[in-house]
Design a protein around this ligand. Structure first.
Ligand code: I3P
Length: 242
């Protein structure tokens, strides 16, 4: 891959076959980090593909597991009909997740954080505003300006690479994450991961406009701009605190 995005994705080390199973070998993104602190941020203004929406309208498949996840988070979220059938379609669930988190409004959502003691937090549904995200970033980095600055620089470099990447302009990038990793020594990096729902597009994708049915836009750059701005705010606040 000669694309400018190459330094931002894990290196590919080929396929490995063990018995009946085939594995893809990828670079260990946590290599060289002592007790890493990790944050997964799902990018874009939507996390479902247009095809998933079309399929749901044509031949809806009901998912009771997703109904129960929805019910647990907000008993009032399912409609009367969904309560009756005890299930929702996947598209309905993914859309609900997008509109009740910062995905639709900010173009990204924090999916989970693992701190250096191994504790994992996954419930960031109430983090809807940029100010709330900034608070999470300060918590995640323990307000360390060196780490926040390293992340900010890396996101700026990613933005430059995305601007010139032929891969990016020709693909719809859905459900992909940015993985933030650092440790107490101050090593910090950001990687693009999860391309399971990234598909080639016949038309050029801008990534910086809202999605409308048929335009295939994912809003990835809307999310990157919000995230970069939140990091900038975090650096300002951390500097004032010290
Ligand atoms: C899951 C999340 C995943 C999705 C998965 C959902 O919901 O949206 O991205 O997998 O679908 O259950 P949550 O994070 O709220 O638990 P895909 O990205 O592959 O669609 P699945 O259950 O069909 O795997």
């Amino acid at each position: 891959m000669r694309d400018p995005l190459r330094p931002f994705v894990p290196q590919y080390h080929g396929l490995l076959t063990q018995g009946e199973e085939r594995y893809t070998r990828l670079e260990d993104l946590l290599g060289g980090l002592a007790r890493p602190v990790i944050m997964d941020v799902k990018m874009g203004v939507r996390t479902y593909q247009e095809d998933e929406m079309v399929k749901c309208h044509r031949e809806p498949t009901l998912r009771s597991d997703m109904y129960h996840k929805m019910l647990k988070a907000d008993p009032g979220a399912p409609s009367a009909e969904e309560h009756e059938q005890g299930a929702v379609t996947k598209w309905r669930y993914l859309r609900w997740r997008d509109t009740t988190t910062s995905t639709s409004a900010l173009g990204f959502r924090i999916e989970g954080i693992m701190m250096e003691n191994g504790s994992v937090q996954r419930d960031f549904r109430k983090m809807l505003s940029l100010a709330q995200v900034t608070e999470v970033l300060l918590y995640f980095t323990k307000s360390r300006i060196d780490i926040l600055t390293a992340y900010h620089c890396r996101l700026q470099a990613l933005g430059d690479a995305l601007d010139t990447s032929p891969f990016f302009s020709s693909h719809e990038v859905i459900g992909s994450s940015l993985l933030f990793v650092h440790d107490h020594s101050g090593k910090a990096n950001v990687w693009m991961i999860d391309f399971g729902k990234t598909t080639p597009s016949p038309d050029r994708i801008r990534h910086d406009v809202q999605w409308a049915e048929g335009n295939r836009e994912d809003g990835y750059l809307i999310g990157l701009a919000s995230l970069t701005s939140s990091l900038h705010q975090a650096i300002t606040l951390a500097s004032q605190q010290q």
